[in-house]
Design a protein around this ligand. Structure first.
Ligand code: ADP
Ligand code: ASP
Ligand code: MG
Length: 477
């Protein structure tokens, strides 16, 4: 029942622009210039955009405010968003604003109706949350498509919900890739063939009944990979606000260096363990077809960025990057007699499973199991349920520091260097081996900066220049 086997389309480049790359009129103009550049090189761009920076957070706040019954508060947030979008539209299309302004007003009227409805019921479901947040990408994608037309590129807006078909797991829906591929061939490929530049919102989709869903926070990267994978593109470009994948988050460590090339496996590991620069699922559709993924800086487009490839280049340094995942909780489950008894571990993990609570790290001793999970509102309920079979304690405000590199496996003495670098910090749980290319440990959130900076100093003060760009010590431009 699969769609026609797709053939490689090396000229197609899927270009995803994150929130900061469309945050205002200036950023949108830069984005148009970057896409034009690709067109001038004879490539066929397909553009995926995020909501304007911070809009998703504000829409979530509006939804929560409405859910709490505060209608006026919710509509006030929407009013600010309306003004920001209209101001930006005005700066992008100037005299041609009337039609776009009319469209934006209609969208915001629909959003306000929705918020009032949620406030009247006083209950916010995941399904309504998805509908509220979907406005971010629906609006930004229309504005960017209009900006293209206004600047001589034939932008063609595509409502992502006609192509990105998912299951009904609102808030973190799973894409149905075969259907997506067929929809892309039907709705997007003909536009490319007609020399238009399709522009679609990332992050959003619809289930098979047409109800709006989202792919989870940061999900626009995932959309780009689904489009690139579905159409068998020649490349996927993730345009963001840093020069590429860096040796650590430059916000934590301004000395971070650009990693020139990194493997799919390393990038996936980094993303999973908190490097926000890439959504963890982004890599999968690209890996399946070996499509190279580039991470590039829309504020510094001439920088060559990071290339993510199937095989990592040889590297003299054992690590490629250090990721940090904050807002974690350690749950200690202590059972005096039962740990080794048949079915006990299953009973413990079943409780987490029941609440859809993903576990990051596990360690066991004779009588206890410690697990780390994302801090979430369900934890009291989870712990109450676990309390029926064991003694349970939990402690929040923890962070996972994760060192990633394919060469970890070939190097001796890494653990000694790591724990030497963080010797003054209280380390709670350690894991190495689950994946040969990472080593991770838990610390208190307040120790993150000190730990990352001293690890960075230990591992990247003498970088292998074949892999790291030592000339660009300042990540942000
Ligand atoms: P976008 O809106 O473009 O998707 P994000 O904010 O999601 O951008 O991701 C980019 C941010 O990721 C950077 O500004 C940076 O602070 C953060 N980041 C975390 N870890 C890394 C890393 N290893 N390399 C680069 N950026 C990182
Ligand atoms: N706008 C969404 C978010 O902020 C998706 C994305 O930007 O990738 O999570
Ligand atoms: Mg992102």
């Amino acid at each position: 029942m699969s769609a026609a086997v797709s053939e490689p389309r090396p000229k197609i480049v899927v270009m995803k622009f994150g929130g900061t790359s469309v945050e205002d009129a200036e950023a949108i103009k830069r984005t148009v210039g970057i896409v034009k550049g690709r067109r001038d090189q004879g490539l066929q761009p397909i553009v995926v955009v995020s909501a304007m920076a911070k809009v998703t957070d504000q829409l979530l706040a509006a939804a929560a405010t409405a859910g709490g019954g505060d209608r006026d508060g919710a509509v006030a947030i929407s009013f600010k968003l309306r003004k920001r979008h209209l101001d930006t539209a005005d700066q992008i299309v100037g005299r041609e604003i009337a039609e776009l302004a009319h469209f934006l007003h209609r969208q915001f009227d629909a959003l306000d109706d929705l918020l009032r409805g949620i406030a009247a019921v006083g209950e916010l479901t995941e399904r309504s949350t998805d509908l509220v947040v979907s406005f971010g990408e629906r609006l930004s994608s229309i504005m960017v498509a209009r900006a293209f037309e206004h600047r001589g590129l034939s932008g063609a807006h595509v409502d992502a919900r006609t192509c990105i078909i998912t299951d009904s797991h609102f808030g973190k829906a799973a894409p149905l890739e075969e259907i997506i591929e067929a929809k892309l061939l039907e709705h997007v490929l003909p536009l490319v063939e007609a020399r238009a530049v399709p522009v679609m919102g990332g992050f959003i989709g619809a289930n098979e009944q047409g109800v709006t869903t989202t792919l989870g926070r940061g999900g626009s990267d995932y959309t780009a990979a689904l489009v690139g994978g579905g159409l068998y593109a020649g490349a996927i470009e993730i345009w963001t606000d840093v020069n590429g994948i860096m040796t650590t988050d430059p916000r934590i460590c301004p000395d971070a260096l650009r990693v020139k090339t990194i493997s799919f496996e390393e990038a996936a590991e980094l993303a999973y363990f908190g490097a926000k620069v890439l959504h963890p699922a982004t890599i999968l559709p690209a890996v399946q077809k070996s499509i190279p993924v580039y991470v590039l800086n829309s504020r510094n487009p001439s920088n060559e960025g990071t290339k993510i490839t199937p095989i990592a280049p040889k590297c003299a340094s054992p690590l490629k990057s250090i990721a940090v995942k904050k807002r974690l909780t350690i749950v200690d489950v202590v059972a005096s007699r039962m740990l080794m008894s048949h079915g006990y571990l299953k009973a413990v993990f079943d409780v987490f499973d029941k609440y859809h609570c993903a576990i990051d790290m596990v360690s066991t001793s004779e009588v206890s199991i410690s697990v780390t999970v994302d801090s979430n509102e369900q934890l009291p309920a989870i712990c109450a349920e676990l309390g029926k079979i064991a003694d349970v304690k939990y402690e929040g405000r923890k962070a996972l520091v994760c060192l990633v590199g394919e060469d970890i496996r070939g190097h001796n003495g890494i653990a000694a260097r790591v724990f030497g670098a963080v010797r003054d910090i209280n380390v709670r749980m350690i894991s190495q081996g689950a994946s040969e290319i990472n080593m991770s440990f838990m610390i208190d959130e307040e120790d993150v900066e000190e730990a990352v900076r001293s690890l960075h100093q230990e591992f990247f003060s003498d970088p292998d220049e074949a892999v790291f760009d030592a000339t660009a010590r300042m990540a942000k431009v």
